[in-house]
Design a binder for this molecule. Sequence first.
Ligand code: PEP
Length: 253
Amino acid sequence: MQKKLVAGNWKMYKDKSETFELISQLKEKLNSFFPDVDVAICPPFTSIELAGELLKNSKIQLGAQNMHSEVEGAFTGEVSAKMLKSFGVKFVILGHSERRTYFKETDEFINQKIKRAIEFDIKPIFCLGETLEERESGKTFQVVENQLTKGLSGISRIDLEKIVIAYEPVWAIGTGKTATPEQAQEVHSFLRKKISELYDSEIAMRVRILYGGSVKPENARDLFKQPDIDGGLIGGACLKADSFYQIILAAQD
Ligand code: PEP
């Protein structure tokens, strides 16, 4: 069992002054007590530099929400792993359902991004999960297995160590509808079994699998108690220092 990781996905929230305020509040809380949990925040690109400066000498790690698979080139509006690396970024969220849905990102593109992030020593938080329609038609396992296999295609066992997986049922993201701890555990244990088939059981035990989808202080503890849930990817509830801190504390119990 790994040390738990709680990562905050700020999405398209927080301008410069709001970034300053949220990070200052979070640091203050974590200064008084920093539990035995890995913590990362993933602000928008416009706040990466400021966040990096504010997080110097802090145990809170810096993440980003996306990147392109190429190192550089004529890709207007995009940001590369090399650029993120130069700002001290340690994690990058890849394959988030909002990117898959609104920006039509494919499993193949996500796989290329994962490989590139690893090349630049940035840990991918590789997101996957089924839609409500897929769940209701009994396709959850088939869908997540397909996303997992394609996302990890060509990735060696050594590189798998650098990847964090995040199971995020699409129907639970930003909807207030959380998967029950049992529903989440069922998929997490399935994913671990598949990783063990793709690689081996020893590495499958060590890969962190986060749960994401309407995690809040009220439900975090029960989710994190499940044997195959190694932390959370938090959206809405990470935008306030207090609720994010409560979730971080829940990950320690
Ligand atoms: C997310 O964006 O990854 C997420 C889990 O969002 P929320 O917690 O708001 O459902």
